[in-house]
Design a protein around this ligand. Sequence first.
Ligand code: F6P
Length: 342
Amino acid sequence: MKIGILTGGGDCPGLNAVIRAIVKKGDKYGFDILGIRSGWQGMIQGKIEPITINSVHGILPRGGTIIGTSRTNPFKKEEYVQKTFDNYKRFGIDAIIAIGGEDTLGVANKLNKMGLNIVGIPKTIDNDLACTDYTFGFDTAVTIATEAIDRLHTTAESHDRIMVLEVMGRHTGWIATIAGLAGGADCILIPEKPFNIDDICMLIKRRHEKGKSFSIVVVAEGVKPEEGTGFVVQDEKVDAFGHIRLGGISHTIAKEIEKKTGYETRVTILGHIQRGGTPTPFDRVLATRFGVAAVDLVKNGDFGKMVSLQGNKIVTVNLEEAVSALKTVDLSLFEIAEVFFG
Ligand code: F6P
């Protein structure tokens, strides 16, 4: 049995842990594992090479992915889909394990319906995939963002400043909500709840009138203002899946806060620091459990499925269902964060 594995979309801590788990579990069954280079791009271009037990030595704690990643979408051109099928056959692949978020697994689902044997593993720092309580990568990103909030607190307090911290989260505010809760943010803005700049400024002013000299505002990069307030995203470049490159809305927000409250305001954009480096123990273990479970799905011929974490159990869900809707922030959880606003 030959299993091809690929990592697609933005990288995240834990990808190497999952690759290692697949290779080691596959070895127990006598399967050959092929690394497909740079996500779906490797299937289109035939960049596919064996991964041996030796090549996964020491990679468990390493960030990134040893097989590379990209945001290539084979459905951009008909010939790409044909090439994907040709290479599947040419390299003698019996099944693919696709490790990715909504885009990569959306492609996996379509190709599976067209006849390829595919199993999915959910990863993304954004934690926005449906049908799984957590994706790996998220816990590491939250840990990094929480540390950033802690560090911003001390400097904000020393200088009597407002600190605006922008974290990732294109469609959902999971990192902002959980890191904001953990770090004691005074206000959190998420894409699920369009913001009103006047309300935020009022909240900050009230906090300062009560004697506080600083505030921490956590902003998810994908936040949207309420209709008609004239805020814009900075960059209009789009990727192969049509997503606008985000990052920078916090500058506009910070300028408005400074103007409307009169308090000195600074911005920190955490950016790709949230995605780099070593995974937390939680992410290493989750990625490992997912990898082992995915190999079992392949062994059982259970294709068109995704492994997922529900409660503390690894279960199997339909890929179709997992990619059909995003998992947005649980608003009852956000209400808990709101208790500490202002
Ligand atoms: O999809 C994960 C993610 O980290 C998003 O939160 C973010 O918008 C995006 O990737 C940025 O990715 P890149 O700069 O690598 O295209």
